[in-house]
Ligand binder design. Sequence first.
Ligand code: IMP
Ligand code: MG
Length: 193
Amino acid sequence: MPARYDEPMNRDIQRVVITHRQIARRVDELARQILADHRPATAAQPAPITIIPILTGAMIFCADLIRRMPVVLRIELLTVSSYPGDSQKSQGAKLLAAHVGDLQGRHVLLVDDILDSGGTLRLVVPKLRELGAASVKTCVLLRKDRASARQTPVDYVGFDIPDEFVVGYGLDYNHLYRNLPRIVTLKSHVMGA
Ligand code: IMP
Ligand code: MG
């Protein structure tokens, strides 16, 4: 029997932290909550939200989230890097690219994969306000159990997880493992330990 094609990647997994099914269920709930919060008090048509995933990590989460939001919306893109190369500690968030149109008066929902030191949100949220956004809300799939993450204001959180390095569902180690459909930790030898 040939080895399963996904065997080499699965071999690197130490522990599954969140399953694909748990993610799908929670993304559903988040989409519903975001839509409910965005509904205006009157019967007026709500202004379209502008969704901004922070690339590259939030790409998969955001793609699933917006497909559960059957409303008229815009998408703009920001690329931020804080873990260059194979580092497992944030080296400080840097804005690498911004593909954003006119945000004047727009209601923005910023989407990120994980809230760790909070550096990314502290960098990006004020920038979007400077660009004229009428409101900026934030949504992260994961939040690590550490003081700096808990102290960073965020509107929507998918899961609170232990303070350990995770990959999958968009999150990478050294640019790899983003395509795993679940959130996992990696074996220590894979991460050069
Ligand atoms: P913060 O700016 O320190 O809050 O970290 C946010 C960014 O760091 C995320 O968007 C991720 O790209 C990256 N990051 C933080 N923790 C992890 C992790 O456990 N695995 C992979 N990437 C992470
Ligand atoms: Mg990121």
